[in-house]
Write a protein that binds this ligand. Structure first.
Ligand code: APR
Length: 253
């Protein structure tokens, strides 16, 4: 049963922020990072795959791993959580969608103006000059984790391409972070969907909204609720909980 205060908060929201993490894509078959046994950082070593130093030490290992992840995303489909979020944009006067994810499943579900705090698998760029060419996928199908692949060269400067994601130790895109913090400051409802909330500065977003007076809802099989008031948990999978919440609030799944 969806708690009535949540249904009312969504029905009356003038500006809703949806803040998503890897859990929103889990039901599309995309691995999260920290779920036990299946999480990417449980199975692969982040320091040798997701830092600028790792790329400079072994560009082929890093490029091949991200191309494997890009292939997994291309093989996946948006799930009911992505579709419910896209539907919500048609129900509230203003909706800001902020994601930590580097997949394009929100866009493929119909969401627009998605704020990507950690970049995108679909925007590789030159490590040297920053050019962003379109890159055809180099692998039809691959074993888990992919294989070493030399990154394509940059047609503009002859450098090498790198994945268009934010690595550990790198700054987030300033305009995206500023837009996310501003929306969190201004919203009256924030749904945090499928994130462990352990990676900063992205993880600041729900706290900014709560301190600014918004109602905050965590949609997660293992939610973490900090405050006794104005903060709720919808415990369960996003692909189940979000359609139920929309049904309860607006009569649509
Ligand atoms: N529905 C909702 N939540 C889910 C589901 C699901 N079906 N399955 C798992 N979850 C939850 C988990 O309980 C966990 O809290 O999703 C969360 C995933 O947490 P992480 O794997 O840590 O992913 P995320 O929070 O997005 O990580 C943040 O860390 O490595 C960096 O850049 C990477 O953007 C990523 C950041």
């Amino acid at each position: 049963m969806i708690p009535m205060p949540l249904v009312e908060a969504l029905r009356n929201a003038q500006h809703a922020v949806i803040f998503t993490g890897a859990g929103v894509s889990a039901e599309s078959g995309i691995s999260t990072f920290r779920d036990s046994l299946t999480g990417l950082w449980e199975r692969f070593d982040a320091t040798s795959l997701a830092t600028p130093e790792a790329y400079q030490a072994d560009p082929a290992l890093v490029w091949g791993w991200y191309e494997w992840r890009r292939m997994k995303v291309l093989q996946a489909q948006p799930n009911p959580a992505h579709r419910a979020i896209a539907a919500l944009a048609r129900r509230v006067p203003r909706l800001t969608l902020i994601t930590q994810n580097v997949d394009d499943l929100h866009e493929r579900a119909g969401s627009t103006e998605v704020i990507h705090l950690h970049g995108s698998l679909h925007q590789p760029r030159c490590f040297t000059c920053g050019a962003q060419p379109d890159v055809p996928l180099a692998m039809p199908d691959e074993p888990e984790g992919g294989r070493r692949l030399s990154p394509p060269g940059c047609a503009r400067c002859g450098g090498q391409l790198r994945p268009g994601v934010v690595w550990f130790g790198e700054s987030l895109p300033g305009d995206a972070l500023e837009a996310a913090f501003q929306a969190a400051q201004q919203c009256d409802l924030l749904l945090s969907v499928g994130t462990s909330g352990v990676v900063y500065p992205a993880a600041e977003v729900p706290g900014i909204a709560w301190r600014a007076g918004a109602v905050v809802v965590h949609v997660n099989p293992q939610p973490h609720v900090e405050h006794p008031e104005r903060e709720f948990a919808l415990t369960g999978a996003a692909g189940e909980q979000l359609p139920r919440l929309l049904e309860a609030a607006f009569g649509e799944g």
